[in-house]
Design a protein around this ligand. Structure first.
Ligand code: NAD
Ligand code: 89V
Length: 344
C-alpha cells in the first residue's frame, strides 16, 4: 500500500499522542514537522526520528512534499494555518477548538471548500470505544426511540499541570472540554435546535468557568443535559470518562464509571465492559483518549484515500462549535439561544 505523506505543525503536549498514533496508522506517515519553539521541535523530531524540521509553517508549505497537514497547535493559530493549507491546496486536519469564533470557523470551512480540499476537525471524543458502543446500542433499536439523555463529565483531575494555558483564558471548560461533550450529544441524539446554559467558576486560581450545565433541545424532539465540571471531588476520580444516560420508548441505557454499559431493552438487561484498549504507547487514565486519537487519524487516512467525507468534517464541526458559542451567550444573557439562527 502507498503511504500518504503528512506534515505535523505544533509539537506540544498533545502532539506526542498524535505522533504515536501516526506511527500505528495504516497507510500514512509523517515526513515533516514544524514548531516555532526549537526545543519542542528537537524533542519530537528526535523521539519520532523525523529529519525534516521547520520553525516556520510558511517555509514548510513552500517546500511541500506531503499530501496533508495535521495542525496540532492551540487555537490562536488555527485560522491562519488552515487558510495557508487551503492556499497550497493541502488537505488539513485541525485540532479543536476549531477556531476562536464561529465567524472564523465559517471562514475556514469556506476557504477549504473554495480550494476543493478536505478539512477535518480533530474532534476525537466521539471515536472513543465506549461512545461508539453507546451509538451502536442505540442504533440496534434496543431501547427504541430516545426521548431523554444526559452526557456528563465531572472530575477534579489537575488538567493545568499538562496544559497550563487552560488556567489563563477567559473561557475554560465549555471551550476546552464541553466542546467534546456537546459533540458527543450531537453524535448520539442528533443536531440541536436550541440551548440554555449556566456556568460557574469554583477554582479561584483560574480565570475561566470550570462548571457548566447545558440544556439541549434536539431536532428529533429529545431533550438532553450536558453537564461538565473540573471542580468535582469524587470518591473515585473518573477522568477522562464521559458518562451517559439515555431513556428511550422501549428501554434505557447507562454508561457508568469503569466503562460499564448497561442496556435494559426489548431483549432484557445486558451488561458489558466497553473499556478502551491500552495501546503500547498509552498510559492510564489517558488511554481512552489516546485510543480515540488513533481511531480518528485512521479514519482520516481511509477517507482521504477513498475521497470520502470525514465524520467530523469542518462543516460538521460548525454545528458543534455553534453550541459552544451559544452556551457562552446563554450563560451571559440568561436566555435560550436559537442554534439555527447562529448557523445561517
Ligand atoms: P501546547 O501549547 O503544548 O502545544 C502547541 C505547540 O504549537 C507549541 O509547541 C507551540 O510552540 C506550537 N505552535 C503554536 N503556534 C504555532 C505556529 N503558528 N507555528 C508553529 N508552531 C506553533 O498545546 P497542547 O496542549 O498540545 O494543545 C494543542 C491543541 O490540542 C489545543 O487546541 C488543545 O485544545 C488540543 N487538545 C486536544 C485534546 C484532545 O483530546 N482532542 C487533548 C489535549 C489538547
Ligand atoms: O481534550 C482536551 O482537549 C483536553 C482535556 C481532556 C484535558 O480537557 O484539554
Amino acid at each position: 500500500m502507498t503511504e500518504i505523506k503528512g506534515a505535523l505543525i505544533g509539537c506540544g503536549f498533545f502532539a506526542i499522542n498524535q505522533m504515536h498514533a501516526w506511527q500505528d496508522v495504516e497507510g500514512a506517515d509523517i515526513v515533516a514537522i514544524c514548531d516555532r519553539d526549537p526545543e519542542r521541535l528537537k524533542i519530537v523530531g528526535d523521539q519520532f526520528g523525523i529529519q525534516r524540521r521547520y520553525s516556520d509553517a510558511a517555509a514548510l508549505f513552500a517546500d511541500g512534499g506531503f499530501d496533508f497537514v495535521d495542525i496540532a497547535t492551540t487555537v490562536q493559530s488555527h485560522r491562519a494555518l488552515v487558510e495557508m493549507a487551503a492556499s497550497h491546496k493541502i488537505p488539513a486536519i485541525c485540532q479543536k477548538p476549531f477556531a476562536k469564533t464561529l465567524g472564523d470557523a465559517k471562514a475556514m470551512v469556506e476557504a477549504c471548500a473554495q480550494a476543493g480540499i478536505p478539512l477535518m476537525v480533530h474532534e476525537n471524543f466521539r471515536w472513543q470505544t465506549p461512545i461508539q458502543a453507546v451509538k451502536n446500542a442505540l442504533q440496534s433499536g434496543a431501547i427504541g426511540e430516545p426521548f431523554w439523555g444526559r452526557f456528563s463529565f465531572r472530575s477534579g483531575y489537575d488538567v493545568f499541570s499538562g496544559q497550563p494555558y487552560l488556567a489563563e483564558g477567559e473561557r475554560f471548560i465549555i471551550e476546552d472540554l464541553g466542546i467534546h461533550t456537546l459533540d458527543i450529544a450531537r453524535f448520539i441524539l442528533g443536531d440541536v435546535t436550541s440551548l440554555t446554559a449556566r456556568t460557574k467558576r469554583v477554582n479561584p486560581k483560574i480565570k475561566g468557568e470550570d462548571v457548566a450545565t447545558i440544556l439541549l433541545d434536539h431536532e428529533n424532539g429529545a431533550t438532553s443535559v450536558v453537564d461538565v465540571s473540573y471542580a468535582s471531588k469524587l470518591a473515585k476520580e473518573p477522568f477522562p470518562e464521559t458518562l451517559i444516560e439515555l431513556d428511550g420508548t422501549s428501554g434505557s441505557l447507562r454508561l457508568s464509571q469503569g466503562y460499564r454499559l448497561e442496556v435494559a431493552g426489548i431483549d432484557g438487561v445486558t451488561v458489558s465492559d466497553v473499556s478502551p484498549r491500552l495501546l503500547p504507547w498509552a498510559s492510564r487514565p489517558w488511554h481512552n483518549i489516546q485510543e480515540s486519537v488513533l481511531a480518528i487519524q485512521q479514519h482520516w487516512t481511509d477517507q482521504l484515500a477513498d475521497h470520502g467525507e470525514t465524520s467530523t468534517s469542518g462543516a460538521d464541526n460548525l454545528k458543534t462549535f455553534a453550541l459552544v458559542e451559544a452556551a457562552y451567550e446563554s450563560a451571559a444573557s440568561g436566555q435560550a439561544i436559537d442554534i439555527g439562527a447562529m448557523l445561517r
